[in-house]
Design a protein around this ligand. Structure first.
Ligand SMILES: Cc1ncc(COP(=O)(O)O)c(C=O)c1O
Length: 458
């Protein structure tokens, strides 16, 4: 394995190395104590190959909310993937990569006014809605927006249901909303849905595509010519999962319901692209042994409580995304007895339990545990609660990918560190937003001289 000169944080894999061997090297060589992630760029590239092969008609718009790491966005952009943004901050982040605004869908049905204005100013014109308030807002703030109606169609089983919050009823609400849109002169161009994140019921995509077709037909009676179908997210992304079944359902449903129409079909996959690309390594900093009655045998037995330096308040996928994580000891423990164990995060919150029950060998303070499939809904929602730093990211990629990427990507700290706040692009802020209150401006180079300027409100 060769380590590149990007401050030892980009690791180039050869045929003798892999993510785990990189982690072993880092903890052996670097006096490492803090928890860290490893992002395998090759995994993201391989996911895109799978998507293109299985869903050739569907243009992916990566859901930035899932993991807005710069390396993820740059890799996907270089593969030609488009983007789903939910806010001004996400729009800025994607525009900063040089992405054409036409490759962005602003897929948040409940938008703040200033974010709608920002979408207009930056040319991001495709956006979703599911209620009439949004239509009136858009009429006032961005009358030329191209709107996409989001309908509700929930999977019977999903890791994270979204229908309780978003999506209008396709039968009882959508027709009326489209009539209102028509009367306001708003351009509605298509239908979107999200069946639920981590969908475990593939046939739901057929129901949703069929419901969408009915809305296409109804819209035609109002004089609309819909041209966009957005399948949302819901595609699994862990190592042991596959999108084959969902892809089969989608491809057949598109043939059955949309073969007679010229329609652009897009989707908003999030976890599919990033979940398996990230592995988290955590250090055990404390252990408590408690004697408990074993539920199976009824006898007294030792239960080992391991305290590690990352937890549920930081890799929030457990609380926010209902994920079950699986700790694996980094080194082997030959001959060790296995104990009933629990794993706890570093904060003082009793909620910060990573795993309630797991059989683990006898591990020591300073040993490492790794967690696979940690790329989705982890880092962007991490909190530095109790003063514990958010883990940094180390990047690995195959030699062949490094050869292609090294001239495209200018590595900076932001590739390896997740910021607590969404970055705002100076460029976009200055060009497109007028401050609406008296504003304090500091003159660069002369910090003592401060001016208060009063901007007229529009
Ligand atoms: C509007 C929208 N699109 C896409 C996604 C991504 O979903 P997934 O990660 O299941 O692909 C989400 C997730 O919350 C979402 O809210």
């Amino acid at each position: 394995m060769r380590i590149s000169n990007e401050e030892d944080r980009v690791h180039i894999l050869d045929d003798k190395s892999n993510v785990l061997s990189v982690i072993r090297n880092i903890v052996a060589n670097n006096n490492q104590e803090e928890a860290f992630y490893v992002c395998d760029v090759g995994d993201i590239v391989r996911k895109h190959k799978i998507w293109s092969a299985k869903l050739p008609r569907v243009q992916p718009h990566y859901a930035v909310k899932c993991n807005d790491g710069l390396i993820v966005l740059e890799t996907l952009n270089s593969l030609g993937v488009s983007f789903d943004c939910a806010s001004k901050g996400e729009i800025n982040k994607v525009l900063d990569l040089g992405v054409d605004p036409n490759r962005i869908i602003y897929a948040n049905p409940a938008k703040q006014a200033s974010h709608i204005r920002h979408a207009e100013a930056t040319g991001v014109s495709k956006m979703t809605f599911d209620n009439e308030t949004e239509l009136f807002k858009v009429k006032k703030l961005f009358p030329d927006a191209r709107m996409v109606i989001r309908i509700r169609c929930d999977a019977e089983e999903a890791q994270c249901q979204l229908g309780n919050k978003f999506g209008c009823d396709p039968d009882t609400e959508a027709p009326e909303l489209l009539r209102i849109a028509k009367s306001l002169g708003i351009d509605v161009i298509g239908v979107s849905f999200h069946v639920g994140s981590g969908c475990r019921e593939p046939p739901v995509f057929r129901r949703a595509i069929s419901a969408s077709r009915k809305i296409f037909d109804f819209a035609e009676t109002l004089g609309y010519q819909f041209s966009l179908l957005d399948l949302g997210g819901g595609f699994p992304g862990d190592k042991e999962t596959s999108i084959d079944e969902i892809a089969d359902v989608i491809n057949v449903a598109l043939d059955d319901f949309f073969s007679d129409l010229e329609v652009q079909v897009i989707a908003e996959p999030g976890r599919f692209y990033v979940s398996s690309a990230y592995t988290l390594a955590c250090n055990i900093h404390s252990i408590r042994n408690v004697t408990q009655i074993d539920e199976e045998t009824g006898e007294l037995a030792i239960h080992r409580m391991y305290y590690i330096n990352d937890g549920v308040l930081r890799f929030n996928c457990i609380l926010y995304d209902h994920q079950v994580v699986n700790p694996v000891p980094l080194k082997e423990h030959p001959g060790s007895k296995y104990y009933r164990s629990s794993v706890w995060g570093p904060t003082c919150d009793g909620l910060d339990q990573v795993v309630e029950q797991v059989m683990l060998p006898e591990m020591k303070v300073g040993d490492w545990m790794v967690f696979e499939n940690m790329g989705a809904y982890t880092l962007p929602v991490a909190s530095p609660f109790n003063g514990f730093p958010i883990p940094k990211v180390q990047i690995v990629m195959d030699e062949s990918i490094w050869t292609l990427m090294k001239d495209i990507i200018q590595f900076q700290n932001s590739h390896f560190e997740m910021l607590a706040l969404p970055p705002t692009s100076e460029k976009h802020e200055k060009c497109y937003e007028l401050p609406s209150f008296p504003i304090r401006i500091e003159i660069p180079g002369n910090p003592l001289e401060t001016h208060i300027l009063d901007y007229a409100m529009e």
